[in-house]
Write a new protein. Structure first.
Length: 362
C-alpha cells in the first residue's frame, strides 16, 4: 500500500471516530439531564408529531414511576403511553419509565410528588391511595361491588364524575394532576381449600395490606383479616399463616399463587382502578402543544389498556384452568353486596349523589 493511500484511509477512520464520539456525547447529555428538562439543543431538528407539537421546541424528559415490572400488564400499558407521547409530540417529550419500584413504593412516590420532591414527574397510582391526602372522591372507585363489569368501569372512566376524580387532587392544592385511568382487572378472593360461595369465607384467615376498605370487606364477609406483606404472601399461604388473599387474575398468575391456593372465587369485589398522574410543576413546563399531545396519548392509552387487560385476563384464566385452578362463578353478588353494606355506607357518606352517578352508568 503506498503512503498516500494509507494516509487517506487513516484520516477517514479518524473522521468516522470523531463523528461517532460526537453522537455518543449528545446521547450522554440527554441521559444526564435532570427530570423534566433536557439540554437546550436536544429537541432541535425534531419533526412535528401527529399531535401538532411544534418542531424546534425544547425537549422535555418526564420520569414515570411504576411499582410493577416492565413486562407486567401495567408496564406494557405505560410503554404504549411512552410511544404515543413521543410520537404525538414529535419527539419533544420523552417518557423515562422507571419500573419495578426503583423510585420507591407507591406512598413514597406520592409523598415526593405532593411535596415537589422533583425526582418523579409522573406515576401510576391506585385511585384509593389519594385518600391518604384527603381526597374523598378518589375512594369511590374502590368501594366494593361498585362496577358490574369492565364496560361499566370504562364508562365511569370516560364520564363527568370520572373527570372530577382526576381533577380532585389538583383542586385540593396537592400539586398533582390526574391525566387518565387504567386498570388491572377485578380483584377476586382465592383460597387454599375448596370453597363454593360466601359461606365458605367464614373464619378463613385472609391476607390484607393496610387498605382499610379491603380489611372491612374481609371482616364483613365473615373472614379474619391478617396483615401480611405482599413479598411474604406466597410463603404465608404455603405455611398456613393465611388461608387466602385477593388479587386480579393476572397478578395471581404472575406470582404463581395458584401453586399454593388453587381455588378462586370470581366475586370481583373491587376493580383495580388506577390513574396516571403528573406533578403540576412538570405540567407547567410543557407547551400547550406538548400538553395536548400528552392528553391525546392518555386517551389512546386508556383504550389500549381496556383491550389489553381484557385479553390478558382471558389468556391467563385459560392457562390457569389447564394448571388445575378451580374458578368458582358468583352469578349472584347480592349476598356479597348486602354483607358489605356497612363499608359501602361508610365510604359514600356525604358523597351519595356522586356515588349514585357512578352506579347509574352501568
Amino acid at each position: 500500500m503506498n503512503f498516500r493511500r494509507f494516509a487517506g484511509l487513516a484520516l477517514a477512520v479518524l473522521a468516522a471516530g470523531s463523528m461517532t464520539a460526537c453522537g455518543g456525547g449528545s446521547q450522554a447529555q440527554k441521559a444526564e439531564a435532570p427530570a423534566g428538562q433536557a439540554s437546550e439543543d436536544s429537541g432541535k431538528g425534531g419533526s412535528e408529531g401527529k399531535g401538532g407539537a411544534a418542531a424546534g421546541e425544547a425537549q422535555v424528559i418526564l420520569t414515570l414511576a411504576e411499582v410493577n415490572p416492565a413486562d407486567s400488564l401495567d408496564g406494557q400499558v405505560e410503554s404504549y403511553f411512552k410511544e404515543q407521547v413521543e410520537s404525538l409530540s414529535g419527539g419533544t417529550v420523552l417518557i423515562d419509565i422507571q419500573a419495578s419500584g426503583v423510585m420507591g413504593a407507591e406512598n413514597d412516590v406520592l409523598d415526593g410528588m405532593t411535596t415537589n420532591g422533583g425526582t418523579v414527574d409522573m406515576a401510576r397510582i391506585s385511585s384509593f391511595a389519594l385518600t391518604n391526602y384527603g381526597a374523598k372522591l378518589s375512594a369511590l372507585p374502590s368501594i366494593p361491588y361498585t362496577f358490574n363489569d369492565r364496560e361499566h368501569y370504562w364508562k365511569y372512566a370516560d364520564s363527568e364524575i370520572g373527570q372530577r376524580i382526576l381533577d380532585e387532587p389538583s383542586e385540593m392544592g396537592l400539586g398533582i394532576k390526574g391525566l387518565f385511568f387504567v386498570e388491572e382487572g377485578f380483584r377476586n378472593f382465592f383460597v387454599k381449600d375448596e370453597i363454593d360461595g360466601i359461606e365458605g369465607m367464614k373464619n378463613k384467615k385472609i391476607r390484607v395490606s393496610s387498605d382499610p376498605i379491603l380489611t372491612a370487606v374481609v371482616e364483613q364477609v365473615g373472614a379474619n383479616p391478617t396483615v401480611v406483606s405482599f413479598s411474604e404472601l406466597y410463603s404465608s399461604l404455603q405455611s398456613g399463616v393465611v388461608d387466602g388473599a385477593d388479587q386480579p387474575i393476572v397478578t395471581y398468575e404472575s406470582n404463581a399463587f395458584n401453586e399454593v391456593a388453587p381455588y378462586m372465587l370470581e366475586d370481583g369485589h373491587t376493580m383495580s382502578a388506577s390513574e396516571v398522574i403528573i406533578t403540576e410543576a412538570a405540567w407547567e413546563k410543557l407547551s400547550e402543544e406538548q400538553k395536548a399531545a400528552i392528553e391525546e396519548a392518555g386517551k389512546a392509552t386508556s383504550a389500549y389498556c381496556k383491550e389489553l387487560s381484557a385479553r390478558t385476563e382471558e389468556e391467563c384464566k385459560a392457562r390457569l384452568e389447564e394448571k388445575g385452578v378451580i374458578f368458582v362463578a358468583v352469578p349472584d353478588k347480592t349476598p356479597w353486596q348486602e354483607a358489605c353494606s356497612g363499608v359501602i355506607a361508610q365510604y359514600t357518606q356525604g358523597l351519595e349523589e356522586e356515588y349514585q352517578q357512578i352506579l347509574d352508568l352501568k
